[in-house]
Design a binder for this molecule. Sequence first.
Ligand code: NAD
Length: 485
Amino acid sequence: MKYLPVQNYINGQFVAANTSLLIDVISPLDGALLSTVPMSATADLDDAIAAAKKAFPAWSKTPIKERVQVFFKYKYLLEKHLDELAKLCSEENGKTYGESVAEIEKCIELTEFATSLPQLVTGEVLEVSRGVECRTEYVALGVVASIVPFNFPSMVPNWTMPNAIALGNCMIIKPSEKVPLSCGRIAHLLKEAGLPDGVFNIVHGGVDIVNAICDHPGIEAVSFVGSTKVAKLVYQRSTANLKRCLALGGAKNHLLVLPDAIPGMTAQNIIASMSGCAGQRCMSAGAMIGVGNIDHIIDKICDEARKIIAGENLGAVINKASQDRIEKFITEAEQQGAKVLVDGRNTKVAGKEKGSYVGPTVIDYVTPAMSIAKEEVFGPVISIMRTNNVDEALAIENANPYGNAASVFTQNGGIARYIIERASAGMVGVNVGVPVPREPFSFGGWNESKFGVGDITGKSSIGFWTKLKKSTVKWNAESGINWMS
Ligand code: NAD
């Protein structure tokens, strides 16, 4: 085993969980045993919440300009340890080193945003009638929770943690049991940056801990990122317990390609979108909808796909079960009449035979009724559907229950605008394969890709991590006696 067994992080200390149930942490790159992760008991969660509650009064009363000093230092530490953090991310998640570097760079950008929060939470003040002043203040909620998925072991924790904590909250994070190591490094860096003990805590586990978070009266707000199935469960359970909840789910992102699209650029963007992080991004291009004759672009897409080599510029998928699931989607589509133009099934990487790899896959003549067209595949696979006009293409996009991202490739600004206005997705793009908004803009989809109000990052997240206090103040200065009437 390469690393020590993973432990919880409570009140500034790494501590063993109250359980004998440990799960192996396996590297998708080569099947190596990296560590074990505990399936914590609810008593461990109680301890973490108690520590966070104890830390909350002093932390929330610390002026925000002081609180963000921790994140200036944390940002510096992320930069200093970028190589090490990227290697760990790659080992536990399976993405390439380059993709992992990009992930840590994104954590740095998210932290930069958190350091700017004092400029964004100044509140408002107005003399609403003679001598009477109303003002608003953003007030921290208390102890909040963040439940995160496997596909971005560092970035998704950094979507929530810096903003929530800089705004004065104390946090319990529940990492994915598949990638629990990066969060431990985040805890080390926060401690080194000067974050007081108890403000940030990690409780490892699975379904039981997630349910306990949703039920626990000591937690004010729950943020969740993961599959739609679990997002719905977490949203329903947390809100039934009268908590604030924002739950981001899965996705099926559509790229609409028109015949006038620039072939080389379009093909590069589509293949980068579908194969980046081995297709395990909630913003990955899963479905392409061609409008009219786009055969010349499909040829280029296949050329680009063949340049993507597993173990070189393509990472592993998270585990063998995921590999089998992705290959099953491809085989079923083929049996139903789709044409596999580039086939990534049965991919092996020499010397890493125990790794879980799927090569880049391009499938043409997929129909909207096929499972591969409707469901999130979460692998490096692009399904091509063909339509005669833009409205037909939009009807397919609109009918899908998800709504994270949609993009259009064209040189016609009017048609691009027509599609942007009608796509049923929270994040849309023109000639962009992965239309992720960058800070200070916020990240969040629509429909079954997100449950709850507001977005999880950027300016929009301020509303989720705080509550507004409104004060009305009147001083009778002339009378010399300061009484409210
Ligand atoms: P997942 O839903 O299986 O797991 C997410 C978290 O929930 C993990 O911490 C896990 O331990 C926990 N969990 C799993 N099953 C549970 C259950 N039955 N009850 C309670 N908790 C449970 O997701 P994943 O496989 O780790 O991540 C991939 C998914 O996340 C994809 O669907 C992807 O699209 C989605 N995702 C969405 C976004 C977004 O912004 N919308 C971002 C990243 C990932």
